[in-house]
Design a protein around this ligand. Sequence first.
Ligand code: CP
Length: 308
Amino acid sequence: PSILEGIEDLNREQVEKLLARTKELKIGSPARLPLKRKISVATSFLENSTRTKLSFIMAINLLKGIHIDFEAEKSSLKKGESLEQTLLTLNYQGFDICIVRTKETKLLSQFKQRPPIKMINGGDGTNEHPTQALLDLYTLNELFNGELAGKKVCIAGDCTHSRVTHSLMKLLPQFGIEITLCGPKEFLPKEIPAGIKTNANLEEALKETDAVYLLRIQAERHENQFDMSTYNEKWGLNLDLIRQVGRKIPVFHPGPANIGIEVDQELVDSNLWMAHKQVENSVYVRMAIIEAMVTNGDTNIGAKYNTI
Ligand code: CP
């Protein structure tokens, strides 16, 4: 697509190509740098980020591209220039892609008919985080040696406010993965897609899962203050709980993790903690995404001129 806003912008074949290309980029074969020209990518993160922003910057550097951080707060947006004119300006300056993270949901939708520049959603409010879900899928595929169909993943925590959960619920079932959402009732989405299960008991959910995907309590997105003082006791995951199940259950986390709240230090220090693998893979997945978007041949980018 010209604009990657959510998982529905990709079809299954495109996702499979991205996974295959990620593997090539990770092992450095066959051609790590097939791009025939230098690419230029702008990032604009209007919400804080460590993993997404820096892994995109690393990916751009490994692709030997030019990276510029667009500081919206110091830009002519503050003089009243529209977002569309701003993005068109980036396009005519020679940028290939603009990667954005926003507090607002679905900010990119307005540009899909006529993209001013190619764009990637680095997370928009509580809506979606498609590149995170893709790197999670890649990491799950690696962990399960390509055998994803029939695997069960329990997503546990603040599901309602987690944008990656919304992307995962669209992506993982396409590959035959069963999702169970688990967490306090106020953190279970009101509308849950068909086929997604819920379980209000973490211990019970653990017994039935092949992997756990832990979430942070996203207090910055809550309308009402949530009492976190008892969260660890009721919903926190630790090695003792996993030992009770009697199986080695790998634990994913998109980060940042709040150690002592949704997860204990002992688990983070164990080889069941997959978050470091997710971060490692994020660079190669994001390289594959940038490469695919730069070379996708879309020509409907830029200003629309009416003939006078
Ligand atoms: N997973 C993720 O989006 O992390 P950051 O907020 O650090 O980018």
